[in-house]
Design a protein around this ligand. Structure first.
Ligand code: ATR
Length: 272
């Protein structure tokens, strides 16, 4: 049977095995999907090489190995190059290893599933770390009218905007420059993990604004609650992005795209 796995440290909490096993069932694909935590004495590249030598067909890669996976791949998709990180590896017919990044496509797919229009929209992304970077190309491909990046360390937002010299609709801002409202506001900062709010003014939210927080919890995140208080029409958490990036990886490996709704229902049951 074809073998797949997720690599990470720690890996115990990963929902990827649960998600991919449901996808396999749903699409009648014969495969196994495990979870691998390389030992402290082993590099990611040793563990991944071992996996592929033993017949592995592909894997997901999560913290802290996304940069190592980017190095390990023998060829990269355009979106992985721009993201500077890889969350999906696939064994190719010629023995090479494709490195891809499905995180941004997962965000876009989940926004669409939630009926959030991106084409011609004014989008604000808060944060300029790895999570933000992975979303930029897929968001730009939806042709928003404007994609602003705001970050505590303004130079990092500028570095991300500079990745797209051919796009005039992407810009870096400091928090002090925020004033007007956006159609879509995406929080990619790690602030929600510690129940903190990024210092954004309420004026970025109007009754037309859809807000997305890339993390998820049992309860709405502090950022989602804040956005609702400001009158946002929608506040969505990142659980759907987790499922959608997995669906995209599954499609990269198997050439078949599983549906998300059943898996989301099952995950929500387990979270609640
Ligand atoms: P990830 O890979 O999850 O994006 P990261 O690369 O460490 O993680 O980036 C974390 C992001 O969250 C950064 O944009 C960080 O801002 P700085 O670049 O200024 O450090 C942002 N961040 C973390 N905590 C924050 C807080 N309390 N308020 C605002 N931004 C925060």
């Amino acid at each position: 049977m074809d073998q797949y796995a997720v690599f990470g440290r720690p890996i115990k909490q990963s929902k990827s095995p649960f998600i991919h096993r449901l996808f396999a069932e749903q699409t009648h694909q014969q495969l196994t999907y495990g979870a691998i935590e390389p030992s402290e004495s082993e590099t990611f590249s040793q563990a991944a090489a071992n996996f592929f030598e033993q017949g592995g067909k592909g894997c997901n890669v999560t913290m802290p190995f996304k940069h190592d996976a980017h190095e390990f791949a023998t060829q990269l998709s355009e979106r992985a190059k721009i993201a500077g990180a890889v969350n999906t590896l696939k064994l190719l017919d010629d023995g090479g290893i494709l490195g891809d990044n499905t995180d941004g496509a997962g965000l876009v797919a989940d926004l669409k599933l939630n009926h959030v229009e991106l084409n011609d929209a004014r989008i604000l992304i808060i944060g300029a770390g790895g999570a933000a970077r992975g979303t930029l190309l897929p968001l730009l491909q939806e042709q928003p009218s404007q994609l602003d990046i705001v970050n505590r360390t303004a130079s990092k937002a500028q570095d991300l905007a500079d990745l797209f010299p051919d796009h005039s609709n992407i810009a870096a801002l400091g928090f002090g420059q925020l004033a007007e409202s956006y159609d879509v506001v995406i929080n990619s900062t790690s602030a929600s993990m510690t129940e903190q709010l990024p210092p954004v003014p309420g004026s970025i939210i109007s009754q037309q604004t859809a807000v997305y927080d890339m993390v998820y919890r049992q309860q709405p995140t502090v950022f989602m609650a804040w956005a609702k208080q400001q009158g946002a029409r929608k506040a969505i958490d990142g659980l759907g992005m987790l499922v959608a990036q997995a669906a995209e990886s599954f499609a990269v490996w198997r050439g078949i795209r599983p549906g998300m709704r059943q898996v989301l229902r099952e995950l929500n049951k387990n979270l609640g």
